[in-house]
Design a protein around this ligand. Structure first.
Ligand code: AMP
Ligand code: ZN
Length: 119
């Protein structure tokens, strides 16, 4: 499994940097964002170091399918209200124009009752 020793999210996967865990399996980790925009704000990441959505290849398909399928379950578990009044935003910032700050693929799930700080 690909790993970057200088990557902050790889360090979270390894437990070298603490995180508030939402979910974990062999391939995926979910944890609360350290600077939440909203009452619910967590990130889903592959445990493998994938730099960004622009680096996704066919082999990542099963992992990404599992990751996307987890979103509605974890969103409800963490306090997002039901569709249609509730719901959530799913954001994948990618590259410079996409305003990606951490260069390890991550999917933001943001929700909960408004107003939000951002978004
Ligand atoms: P972006 O790359 O712009 O999609 O955003 C990266 C996100 O990672 C930001 O929302 C940060 O608040 C979040 N973040 C950075 N470091 C940590 C950390 N140690 N634990 C949890 N979230 C983090
Ligand atoms: Zn990484």
């Amino acid at each position: 499994m690909s790993h970057d020793p200088n990557c902050i999210f790889c360090k979270i996967v390894e437990g070298k940097i603490p995180s508030r865990k939402v979910y974990e399996d062999d391939d995926i980790l979910a944890f609360h964002d350290i600077q939440p925009w909203a009452p619910v704000h967590f990130l889903l990441i592959p445990k493998e170091h994938v730099t960004s959505m622009a680096h996704v290849e066919d082999a990542h398909g099963p992992m990404l399918g599992k990751l996307m399928t987890l979103i509605p379950k974890l969103a409800r578990q963490e306090g997002c209200r039901p569709y249609p009044e509730g719901g959530f935003r799913v954001i994948v910032n990618t590259g410079g124009d996409g305003m990606q700050e951490v260069q390890h693929l991550h999917v933001h799930v943001i929700g909960g009752p408004r107003p939000w700080k951002k978004g």
